[in-house]
Design a binder for this molecule. Structure first.
Ligand code: ZN
Ligand code: ZN
Length: 455
């Protein structure tokens, strides 16, 4: 997930943890309970210490986008051991596990595997100290700062339980371990590698993300849940000169500075107040020395929108402003605008979302299943359902210690809890781990019927 702003708790008013229900694939008739993990299914409970060790292992061995070979190897090994048909190298490092278990619907569950070039500062005993070479040959620190290590562990846990308890459901399960979510490459790489012709079409595609919010809380909504994101690099050309002779230059520093300020008027002056958009210039680089006017300036910017019409308007405005500012400065040639990564909107199917939400409310206490606003973060999860023509549902699972969250909320300091991508982002393992496994089991089971008469 890119640049998470939303938390998993909706308005964040429900920090207390209560009424957690058992929810293994085999326990659908159990009553809601008030004693949390004591009432997890015996099968899930028996897996927890192994899965905790797996989570810590993946956390301390993070891998950058499209380099997730170790993580993919672990996923493949676990799937094979559980009896899945396993295909590796789908979209370079992606792994697909298939479990055919009689007639019935097909459900796809997705976890992303990649980490970020961030230096970990959590101080955890299992913190990452890894450094690697990135795709440009620079040595960078690596950290699971977006929680994809938790996503992998959730899916390993859920797939293990589905295999163990296959007498309690029927249908086909597709587990997708996806590379390179952080660079918007992974879902498309798997699709381009014929994911859709090599594997059966699912009736529903399900995915989830760990976020700031009380651990144990689940946040979702119908319709748009994550924003569309577009990133660009803009190269503006001037004419270099001695710092003492501005008359001989076309100063790209002034050109870029004026452009940055004018770009900030798009959202405030061109977009309706009840539409939302973000234009962030995350990088502005020009020059090397105080008395040298450089030749060019490079701007890197990022756009978030929730509506295709708004998106088109913002992108057109950027192009117009960048070209006009270059012309106003007398630039020797027009700016070069290069598209970087792009994420489409993730939109939750209304009927499928209702089915998932009903199942969650049936199994978890109601105050732990909350409706959230769309987040300004972005995801490439939406590509699977969109390309496959299948409904998809994506939701958030809280990963913050509920007491820490409640205290921060009472003090009006929720914004100080380290979000995804922060060097101090550190989900609490319990009950985040078991909650995310239960949500996968419960949501998938809403399709993989356990109705005796239909077996
Ligand atoms: Zn992320
Ligand atoms: Zn993420």
């Amino acid at each position: 997930m890119k640049n998470t702003k939303q938390n998993a708790s909706g308005k964040g008013s429900r920090a207390a943890r209560a009424n957690k229900k058992p929810s293994s694939v085999a326990s659908s008739n159990s009553k809601k309970s008030s004693s949390g993990s004591n009432h997890l299914s015996a099968s899930l409970k028996s897996l927890l210490s192994d899965l905790e060790a797996l989570y810590k292992d993946i956390h301390s061995h993070p891998e950058l986008s499209m380099q997730e070979t170790r993580t993919a190897g672990i996923a493949a090994k676990r799937l094979k051991a559980a009896g899945y048909e396993v295909t590796t190298g789908v979209g370079k490092t992606g792994v697909v596990g298939l479990l055919r278990n009689g007639d019935g619907p097909t459900v796809m569950l997705r976890a992303d595997m990649d980490a970020l070039p961030v230096k970990e500062e959590t101080g955890l005993p299992y913190a990452s100290t890894v450094t690697v070479k990135d795709s440009e040959g620079n040595t960078v620190p690596v950290m699971h700062a977006c929680g994809h290590d938790m996503h992998v562990t959730w899916l390993v846990g859920a797939t293990t339980l589905f295999a163990k308890e296959r007498d309690t459901w029927h249908g086909t399960l597709i587990a997708v371990f996806q590379p390179a979510e952080e660079t918007a490459q992974g879902a498309q790489a798997m699709i381009d590698d014929k994911l859709f012709t090599r594997f059966p079409k699912p009736d529903v595609v399900l995915g989830q993300h760990v976020m700031v919010g009380p651990a144990g809380a689940i946040g979702g909504r119908t319709g748009v849940i994550t924003s569309a994101a577009d990133s660009f690099q803009i190269r503006m050309f001037g004419r270099g000169a001695h710092g003492s002779m501005p008359q001989a230059s076309i100063d790209p520093v002034v050109m870029a500075a004026a452009t940055v300020l004018r770009l900030q008027t798009i959202v405030s002056r061109e977009i309706a107040p009840n539409d939302a958009a973000v234009v962030t210039i995350g990088s502005l680089q020009a020059g090397t020395k105080e008395n040298v006017i450089p030749d060019e300036a490079i701007i890197k910017l990022n756009v978030r929108t929730y509506d295709e019409g708004v998106r088109k308007r913002v992108l057109a405005a950027i192009k117009r402003i960048v070209n006009a500012e270059a012309e106003a400065s007398g630039a020797p040639k027009p700016p070069e605008i290069t598209a970087l990564d792009r994420y489409s909107l993730v939109s939750n199917d209304a009927e499928a979302t209702k089915r998932v939400a009903d199942a969650f409310r049936e199994h978890f206490s109601r105050e732990h299943v909350v409706e959230v606003k769309p987040t300004s973060a972005s995801e490439d999860f939406g590509s699977f359902g969109a390309e496959w023509g299948a409904p998809s549902v994506f939701w958030f699972v809280g990963g913050t210690d509920p007491n820490v969250y409640a205290k921060a909320k009472a003090a009006g300091r929720l914004q100080e809890i380290p979000t995804n991508h922060n060097p101090r982002f550190a989900p609490v393992i319990h009950p985040t781990l078991e909650t995310g496994i239960e949500t996968l089991l419960i949501s998938a089971k809403a399709w993989l019927s356990t109705d005796e008469s239909s077996r």
